[in-house]
Design a protein around this ligand. Structure first.
Ligand code: C5P
Length: 220
């Protein structure tokens, strides 16, 4: 049985991960955060002492990249080999280099294949997969495809809610730079044909979850 795929794309700070995870939990679906895989590879490259500016070196560390991930939204953890990197991959140092890792063509080919096999092997009746190119490249045939957006100032405010002063400003600048860099590789600012936009600028977390579930219910 092929699981029912809900593809969710969007820019940084759009709430994709937390919203998608909650949607998956409520529907009893699996959950796949593809950004976490790019982050884990960036962490692995840094830990291996690789120059992340050099695409060939980054591609070469794919051979030693042992990525392990569950799809259970309630206990979602990310491992590289035996190391739990669930928290480490959220470090600003990883956010600062992840776009350079994600633009390497060999990296994208490798991870897209990995995501497709995780989707195909999902034991739950469905899986919510979120990232930047899920609706367009990874799962363009998914029955539900959503672009989750919010105005940039709102995304920055949400992302830096727990930060103050300089670090809040730095977080905002980094989010902006990361979207600029990532947009050169895949377009996640505009909805592709057949993709439903959910704009959460004026919605709180629960309202956003409900809006996404409404889109799913409409086709399920
Ligand atoms: O979603 P998140 O912000 O954690 O993603 C981290 C990074 O992974 C992005 O900035 C982007 O460079 C990369 N990414 C990607 N394609 C995806 C998901 C994430 O290139 N489908």
């Amino acid at each position: 049985v092929i699981p029912f795929v809900v593809a969710v794309d969007g820019p940084a700070g759009s709430g994709k991960s937390s919203v998608s995870k909650e949607v998956a939990r409520r529907l009893g679906f699996g959950f796949l955060d593809t950004g976490a895989a790019y982050r884990a590879l960036a962490w692995h490259a840094e830990a291996s002492g690789i120059d992340t500016d050099d695409g060939a070196s980054v591609a070469s560390c794919l051979a030693s990249f042992e990525y392990r991930i569950g799809t259970d939204p309630s206990g979602y953890a990310v491992h590289v080999g035996d190391t739990d990197v669930t928290d480490a991959i959220r470090d600003p140092l990883v956010s600062a280099v992840v776009s350079r890792v994600a633009r390497v063509p060999e990296v994208r080919t490798h991870l897209i294949e990995l995501f497709r096999s995780i989707m195909a092997n999902e034991a739950k009746p469905g899986i919510v997969v979120e990232g930047r190119d899920i609706t367009t490249v990874v799962a363009p045939d998914a029955p539900v495809r959503i672009l989750l957006t919010a105005a940039e100032d709102v995304r920055i405010a949400r992302r830096s809610a727990e930060l103050v002063g300089d670090s809040a400003q730095a977080a905002g600048e980094q989010l902006h730079r990361r979207d600029q860099a990532d947009s050169k590789v895949v377009d996640f600012m505009n909805a592709a044909e057949g993709v439903t936009t959910v704009d959460s600028t004026e919605l709180d977390f629960d309202q956003t979850v409900d809006a996404v579930i409404d889109v799913i219910r409409a086709v399920q």
